[in-house]
Design a protein. Structure first.
Length: 158
């Protein structure tokens, strides 16, 4: 169930995704928010250097494991511009982070990439709940779809 702050944090994720594109990276941005509503960590995709594991959701999982107690992690929410890939979903599950709120789904991304005649991901596209059974998720948010699709177009045309 979404709360009044979800859209604020999702909009920040979209801003971070735009920053990613501006720095030559695919358009993904994520924010970690604790149970009190404080932003604890934020990042965007950093794969342009050649390390395709430099996803913001994976960075959040590593940061949370090092800086938050298990109880704090379970009560936190991860906001992200795009639904977690299987690698990031697994990292999220392994460190015990709470709810995931994503602006666009993996299913949407696959469709957009096909429309753009872009190469598909080398990793299978799976819903978060397939990788982390029982994970609480909310998304996608249709009001952000066009903006995110445009960021993917911009990245692929650069």
């Amino acid at each position: 169930m979404t709360d009044t702050n979800d859209m604020k944090h999702l909009n920040r994720c979209v801003e971070l995704a735009a920053t990613a594109v501006d720095t030559g990276n695919p358009p993904f941005g994520s924010v970690l928010v604790d149970a009190n509503g404080s932003v604890r960590y934020e990042s965007h995709n950093l794969t342009a250097g050649g390390d395709n594991t430099q996803h913001p959701e994976f960075a959040i999982a590593r940061w949370a494991a090092a800086n938050m107690s298990p109880e704090e992690r379970a009560a936190a929410t991860v906001y992200t511009s795009g639904e977690h890939c299987p690698m990031c979903a697994a990292a999220h599950g392994w460190v015990g982070l709470g709810r995931i709120v994503y602006a666009s789904s993996s299913e949407q991304l696959v469709q957009w990439l096909e429309e753009m005649q872009a190469e598909p991901s080398p990793v299978a596209t799976l819903p978060i709940e397939t990788v982390v059974p029982g994970q609480q998720t909310d998304g996608p948010f249709p009001e952000l779809a066009e903006t995110i699709r445009d960021l993917h177009r911009k990245f692929r045309s650069a």
